[in-house]
Ligand binder design. Structure first.
Ligand code: XMP
Length: 311
């Protein structure tokens, strides 16, 4: 694939679709939405506004870091606080698909719709990639950002059009395009992070309290596995509990599973054989720094039969 030609083609396409209008890019901080944003910026200049939705489900310091990184790229990012909306939508939901649907609806029907309507903008630019579409179409799981391909017309249902310049690419190709566009390593080499964010790492109901636990665990795992060379690594908070001992007392605490996989493009994945020392250090840190957790396990399952995420 000729990546430079791809970039030129996409810039022209975005220009043509938007015409003299305006577009809004929704940035999540991952490589896909960052690449879509920079392409949009090249095509539309100041007619592209970039927003980051703080849905309360992001990793530690994420909103702040994103604003800083994009400022350096000359792109102003506006943070929109929608935390209450997402927690309200997720309340009481335990089924994985219902949770995903609640997040999709809150994004598209509520948050994006209001932003675009208020600013009289007709186009939403987003970083959907081919793997997202394939899995949603195959019915494996609802991807938070796949609409038209599963029969939802954003224009009819939400009143705006969605532009997806990366929908023919897989993750490894997106990374290559991102590097050519001058996006910094902290984004291009960043491990994938799903659209439903930390809500995808909680089995059962998502609550602000559980988000605090999984956010802390995510910081620990990401820090300890930063140099592992793995494709993706993260903790997941289980719904079941297990007995442990804390301060010489029996405690029925939370279970965290560590997932760390090797993959090229997330279609298939295999276990990363981490050294015991590393796993032991992660376990020690999680149980010491997060008092609500009494047990840490390591997942050995490849994809297939498992998926990479747990919901
Ligand atoms: P699974 O769990 O399906 O994940 O094996 C494959 C890759 O996709 C990421 N993922 C998502 N990305 N929206 C996204 O943007 C989603 O809803 C979503 N679900 C999973 C996952 O992290 C992995 O890299």
């Amino acid at each position: 694939m000729n990546y430079k030609r791809f970039i030129d083609k996409k810039i022209k396409e975005i220009k043509k679709i938007v015409g003299s209008g305006k577009a809004i890019s929704v940035l999540s901080g991952g490589v896909d939405s960052s690449t879509a944003t920079v392409l949009g910026r090249r095509a539309l200049g100041g007619r592209l506004k970039t927003v980051f939705i703080d849905n309360g489900l992001m990793r530690e310091d994420e909103p702040k870091d994103i604003v800083y990184i994009f400022k350096k790229l000359g792109i102003k990012v506006e943070i929109i606080d929608a935390r209450d909306k997402f927690f309200r939508a997720l309340k009481g939901k335990t089924d994985p698909e219902e949770k995903r649907e609640a997040i999709t609806k809150t994004f598209y029907k509520d948050v994006f719709k209001n932003i675009l309507k208020k600013r009289k903008v007709k186009f939403l630019l987003q970083g959907t990639i081919l793997t997202d579409i394939e899995e949603a179409v195959a019915g494996i799981k609802r991807q938070h950002n796949v609409l038209a391909q599963v029969g939802i017309s954003p224009e009819k249902e939400y009143g705006y059009r969605v532009i997806e310049p990366l929908k023919e690419l897989r993750k490894d190709d997106v990374r290559k395009v991102a590097r050519i566009l001058g996006i910094p390593k902290s984004i291009t080499e960043r491990i994938p992070f799903p659209g439903p964010a930390l809500a995808a790492r909680i089995i059962g109901e998502v609550t602000p309290e559980k988000i605090l636990i999984i956010r802390k665990a995510t910081s620990i795992v990401e820090k300890e596995l930063k140099n592992s060379g793995a494709f993706q690594y993260f903790p997941v908070l289980m719904q079941d509990k297990a007995t442990g001992i804390r301060n010489k007392k029996r405690e029925f605490g939370n279970i965290i599973i560590i997932r760390c996989v090797e993959s090229l493009d997330a279609r298939v994945a295999i276990l990363k054989r981490l050294p015991w020392k590393v796993l032991e250090k992660i376990t020690k840190r999680i149980t010491a720094e997060i008092p609500e957790v009494t047990r840490v396990c390591y997942d050995l399952t490849p994809k297939p039969p498992a998926t990479i995420e747990y919901i």
